[in-house]
Ligand binder design. Structure first.
Ligand code: SF4
Length: 331
């Protein structure tokens, strides 16, 4: 029986105790795929303000890589502190949590001028018991200057009160989470991704050359993809030397471009058995030092149109674990 390396286990091995990720959503951030820079409407599966104006903050203010000023920075820093403290307190009370990673999760978190990014990241690292950052972004929204800066953060020493003998590192943990989704340009075009696989290869390679940690997100069940294509996406993502991977089934939610195709019967979501089959095959080829940051995803609210099996995360996990056990893999 082989124990799969989860991201939780990776952190426990490296830091001697459980590390908790605190998700943050900063208003004013958007995505070049939504603001019209590379595309409009966003990825076809993305529920964003193009469809649901009430989803995000109503301010017209949106950052991009070339914004010359950010008069909302003070507000954004307060928002960061508020969200962090709220979740930190809950995790401390419930789990006696002692170490945290600040996870910039919503939208494209490097799609802003470097001064803004620096202010937010420095603030996040200044919070008590924070040992690093995880930054969700797109490969077409990162610059050499941002990578240089993040590399410098990854070499920065943790404050002495955060170091102990059980830890295998004494520097900050800096992760970048890139959406890969598929290695096929034809698919990336179908989902209105706004960049091609060459761009993904170029910027993940550059990120790894800076010794930063990379988590790649892949989606199974994208329009017209076969099982071989999904597996090839995993293989080629691993070839990019990523450190961790997130697996995600494609489900349809209301207020998305995908929902329109789904309702016209132009798109059929992946069934649970196929998802689990391809997932197990992917995990079997994962090198033992690559961690899994997510094995599936679900959404238990009224916005889900299909497939129904994505509603019950608990049942999904049960079925996945069972399928893995049959292959001698323990999750
Ligand atoms: S890159 Fe992310 S935020 Fe941007 S449109 Fe796609 S899913 Fe939405």
């Amino acid at each position: 029986m082989r124990q799969i390396l989860t991201i939780g286990k990776y952190f426990k091995d490296k830091f001697g105790e459980k590390v908790y990720k605190i998700p943050i959503s900063i208003s004013g951030f958007t995505c070049p795929n939504i603001d019209g820079t590379v595309a409009k409407g966003g990825c076809t599966f993305c529920e964003n303000e193009s469809f649901s104006p009430n989803l995000t903050d109503k301010s017209k203010f949106k950052l991009n890589l070339h914004s010359t000023e950010n008069k909302y920075l003070e507000k954004q820093l307060l928002q960061l502190e508020y969200q962090f403290n709220l979740t930190k307190q809950r995790l401390e009370n419930k789990f006696k949590a002692k170490k945290f990673i600040v996870y910039f999760q919503s939208f494209t978190n490097t799609y802003a001028p470097l001064d803004t990014l620096k202010a937010l990241y420095e603030k996040a690292l200044s919070f008590e018991n924070v040992i690093g950052l995880s930054i969700g972004t797109r490969t077409d929204c990162i610059t050499d200057e941002t990578l240089d800066y993040l590399e410098s953060l990854s070499k920065r020493q943790l404050p002495p009160y955060l170091q102990n003998l059980k830890m295998k590192t004494n520097t900050y943990e800096i992760w970048i989470e890139y959406g890969i989704q598929s290695v096929y340009d034809v698919t990336l075009e179908k989902i209105n991704r706004g960049h091609d696989f060459k761009n993904i290869q170029e910027w993940i390679t550059k990120t790894k050359m800076k010794n930063l940690l990379v988590c790649g997100h892949v989606i199974f069940g994208l329009p017209d993809e076969t099982e071989d294509m999904m597996l090839q996406t995993v293989i080629e993502s691993l070839n990019l030397n990523i450190d961790s991977i997130k697996f995600h089934p494609l489900y349809v939610t209301k207020n998305t471009l995908l929902a329109i195709d789904y309702l016209k019967e132009k798109f059929k979501p992946i069934d649970e058995k196929s998802y689990i089959d391809i997932l197990v095959k992917s995990i079997k080829i994962l090198p033992h030092n690559i961690s899994i940051s997510r094995i599936t995803a679900g959404i238990d609210n009224n916005s889900l149109l299909d497939p129904e099996w994505c509603k019950n995360k608990h049942q999904q996990m049960k079925n996945i674990k069972l399928a893995l056990l049959k292959e001698g893999l323990f999750y």
